[in-house]
Design a protein around this ligand. Sequence first.
Ligand code: OAD
Length: 250
Amino acid sequence: MTIPGSLIQRLAAAQRVTVLTGSGVSAESGVPTFRDAQTGLWAKYKPEELATPTAFRRNPRLVWEWYAWRRKIVAEAKPNPAHFALVELARIAPKFHLITQNVDGLHQRAGSEKVIELHGNITRTKCFDEDTIISKWSDTGDVLPKCPHCGGLLRPDVVWFEEPLPESEISLAQQASGSCDVFLSIGTSTVVYPAAALPFLALKSGAIVVEINPQPTPLTEKAQFVLSGAAGAVLPELLASLESSISSRK
Ligand code: OAD
């Protein structure tokens, strides 16, 4: 894919770069997306049976086991070239924010710092009743792990349907999206709000918006640049073009 020179110029000149990622950025690491036909989690499982507080109250074992399965996939996955390219981009951009809807922690494992996690992190666990993070627990055994303080059930520290996003994370994300020069929306279907509003907020505030996704989304027609392809291929190319443009100016 040829990366447009005008995009590279904009990126090279940008003071503030904000990135929003979705599950597509981890697809090449073997972590399933949600809405891709055939392979997406929501093509096989029903969110209302697995990813709501009501579902957990109804059948905590089913929910716990589904998340244990997903935690295993994440533990075995490795960051891919898209995650690593974003670590490099953070070094180049004077001000950089990485916002993710992903709960897999792969950005951090690649080396990204200060990741704004809108939907929590599947590797963390919290008490269902008290909402406090519990760091010591075990997936093994027939009995579901319990909170050492109150004896209540433990749940993954992820945002479920019917639940609000963490206040500090969404407000940081809105600030970073509404005050950047270039905004990249990578590997997200742009349908789950409030995260899906962030690229539109960036557009409204005058940023150049770039979409990287092999499929069109509700953002595609509005974005100034659309790089149609897999993040693990497109991002390293984008980075290589940016680096060579910067070094040729020195
Ligand atoms: P989706 O499954 O909705 O969308 C994944 C997007 O990634 C699609 O637009 C794909 O075309 C794109 N994609 C697939 N492979 C790709 C690749 N190799 N490179 C780049 N893009 C690729 O996932 P999200 O947008 O992340 O929320 O979903 C948003 C939220 O919906 C999730 O955080 C989750 C889910 O319900 C909660 O659990 C709260």
